[in-house]
Design a protein around this ligand. Structure first.
Ligand code: GLV
Length: 329
């Protein structure tokens, strides 16, 4: 039986199905750089399926039989694609099926932040609601405001759809390429990053993490935002400079932030973002519904099996396309 490593997250029915066909070793909460069992199996593994495993030069040096790495995620910033390409190892992700789920999460955080839902939930549950609320408890409107979307891929477009049809928002967007069909369908206006930051009531970051987008939102960008502006990060923690977000919130450069992702995950319990009233924080659950996680595991398994059996996986990451991504955000 061919050896497969499953890492961190593969839904149970999918894992059980793979176990019938392959010699699957499942690892969770280990250090993949040092765990002796992991390294032993890695040496013979032909396939890897899972979430967030850093597939870098060092790992690949220990994986001489590897044919395919299959992410259970749309993001693939954990892959060193140059190294994979050099070794002719296939890399895959799970795009498409999670688009609406992530867009729902991002919109949920946006509304929760603007209307202070978690904060007021605590207020009620703590028994503090002992008289009619005052203006200090009011939130701000979402509908008819201006939403700036940075990154207009599938998920950006699904956010635009919700904003335009559901909330009558004006949409400005910034992305690598202009999208005339998006401009027409959602009445979205293309803008430079700086224009978007200065015009938007809500700035929503949903771009993939690449060397070019790493740290793209920092001190200068937060300063360009409106003081009443709300920043939402649904991409990756490292697309922003987290300390600069903390400073911008502390200094009143922006009004509030909602984040699903952190520079380091899990984030430290003493991260100042967790102590602020004007932040909404989630533990990277953009795509994490029962339905979507199962579909992602199934798609990742399909990709894995295709690759192991000499076929072309449906979601093969084309290194040429990826190289294009490096030419700008
Ligand atoms: C989630 O963050 C994903 O990349 O699928």
């Amino acid at each position: 039986m061919r050896k497969v490593i499953a890492y961190e997250r593969v839904e149970k029915p999918v894992l059980e199905d793979l176990q019938k066909k392959y010699d699957v070793h499942f690892f969770k909460n280990i250090d993949p750089k040092t765990d002796p069992e992991f390294l032993k199996h890695l040496h013979q593994a032909e396939g890897i399926i899972g979430l967030d495993l850093p597939v870098d030069h060092e790992l690949l040096e220990n994986a001489p039989n590897l044919k395919i790495v299959s992410n259970v995620s749309v993001g693939y910033n954990n892959f060193d694609l140059e190294q994979l390409d050099k070794r002719n190892i296939m890399a895959t992700n799970t795009p498409g099926i999670l688009t609406d789920t992530v867009a729902d999460t991002v919109f949920g955080i946006l509304i929760a932040t603007a209307r202070r839902i978690p904060e007021l939930d605590h207020f009620v549950k703590d028994g503090q609601w002992d008289q009619n609320i005052e203006s200090k408890h009011f939130g701000i409107d979402v509908h008819h405001k201006t939403l700036g979307i940075i990154g207009m891929g599938r998920i950006g477009q699904a956010i635009a759809k919700r904003a335009h049809f559901g909330f009558d928002m004006d949409i400005v967007y910034h992305s690598r390429t202009r999208k005339p069909e998006v401009e027409e369908t959602y009445h979205a206006t293309y803008a430079s990053l700086d224009e978007l930051l200065t015009q938007s009531d809500f700035v929503c970051l949903i771009t993939p993490l690449t060397p070019e987008t790493e740290g793209m939102i920092g001190k200068r960008e937060f300063e360009l935002m409106k003081k009443s502006g709300i920043f939402i990060n649904g991409s990756r923690g490292k697309t922003i400079v987290e300390q600069d977000l903390i400073d911008a919130l502390t200094n009143g450069e922006i009004a509030a932030a909602g984040v699903d992702v952190f520079e380091k995950e899990p984030t430290d319990p003493d991260n100042p973002l967790l102590k602020m009233k004007n932040t909404v924080t989630l533990p990277h659950v953009g795509s994490s519904t029962h339905e979507t996680e199962l579909k992602m595991s199934e798609l990742a398994a399909t990709n894995l099996e295709k690759g192991l059996n000499g076929g072309k996986p449906p979601n093969l990451i084309d290194p040429e396309v990826w190289k294009q991504l490096h030419k700008g955000s």
